[in-house]
Design a protein. Structure first.
Length: 323
């Protein structure tokens, strides 16, 4: 009986070979089964001409990334009493790479070199065009005039992203066209010599008790605790908080403070503050390895105490601390 089975199998194999259909081999990959999906096509290469048309800058291509740059050589910058050329780190840039998500043509990342009186307008232009602002900080000590670096990113079409980069750079150029030298301060009347902020009115806006000192007033609002890298829970008393300090007079006040936000809260808070004319002066982190990630943005505003408090509270309401 076994002999008959072996003979039968041999005949079947021979018949398959006669028909040009070789038996399957363990080394040969099987064809996709019904219902399986083919791997997504590789993203198309970036078109340098499209980037140039959108940004107005001549691009360079490296490793498939199309990059444009703009050296800040129209203003003399001294760092530690040495005149710094753009090559040493005073060049704005933006790099474009193909997008990965469906319908996303490109992703952009960049770093814009800005002077103090340019930051607010450049940030508003970037946010208004759909770009995200992800960091704002300094790179030097003893620089004259002070130089700041604003990091941006975004996803979308090359045209939209490129025009967003151009808009932010054009905002800075407009400031310099009006005044070749960076301004020494924000416009506005000097603050009174004696502080006289009515803390009760500030409390009424925020709904929390604050602290008064020498006519100034400060409120501090905690948020849900985050877990530090050590596993410890850290909250309001450990610096994970939003605060606002008011000085001057009720009709001529200044507010400065710090927002603690999660990554998904950052852009809405930036847009809200800038929409009300509050200047964002720094965006960075204070910790490493915490979960969820907390970013901190520092701000400065001038106006009446009531209007400033309302603007800060409106932005705070966009965070988990504001509810």
């Amino acid at each position: 009986m076994m002999k008959k089975v072996v003979i039968g199998m041999a005949l079947l194999l021979a018949s398959a070979c006669d028909k040009g259909t070789p038996p399957p081999s363990p080394d040969t990959p099987s064809s996709p089964t019904a219902g399986s999906t083919a791997p997504p096509p590789a993203p198309a290469a970036m078109d340098p001409a499209a980037v140039e048309a959108a940004t107005g800058l001549k691009p360079e291509v490296t490793d498939g990334v199309v990059r444009v740059s703009f050296p800040r050589n129209e203003v003399k910058v001294e760092v530690d009493r040495w005149t710094m050329p753009p090559f040493m780190g005073l060049t704005s840039w933006a790099g474009f790479t193909p997008g990965k998500a469906p319908g996303v043509e490109a992703m952009v990342m960049g770093d814009l070199v800005l002077f103090e009186d340019e930051v607010s307008d450049a940030m508003s232009a970037a946010l208004g065009s759909g770009l995200q602002v992800t960091a704002l900080h300094n790179h030097f000590f003893f620089d004259k005039p002070k130089v700041y670096f604003m990091h941006i990113e975004g996803e979308g079409s090359v045209d939209t992203l490129g025009k967003g980069v151009k808009g932010a750079l054009d905002a800075a150029k407009t400031i310099r066209a009006k005044s070749p030298e960076p301004a020494p301060g924000f416009a506005g009347a000097p603050l009174p010599a004696t502080n006289s902020i009515d803390g009760a009115k500030v409390e009424a806006v925020f709904g929390v008790k604050g602290a008064a000192k020498d006519g100034m007033y400060k409120v501090t609002i905690g948020r849900p605790a985050t877990n530090a890298a050590c596993g410890c829970q850290i909250g309001k008393a450990m610096g994970v908080n939003t605060w606002a300090a008011f000085a001057g007079a009720d009709d001529n006040a200044v507010v400065d403070g710090d927002f603690a936000v999660t990554e998904d809260e950052l852009q809405p808070v930036l847009k809200s503050l800038r929409g009300d004319g509050i200047h964002v002066v720094a965006i960075h982190h204070h910790m490493v390895g915490e979960q969820p990630r907390i970013l901190f943005l520092h701000y400065w505003g001038r106006g009446t105490a009531a209007a400033l408090a309302t603007s800060v509270k409106k932005a705070l309401n966009l965070t988990k601390a504001g509810g």
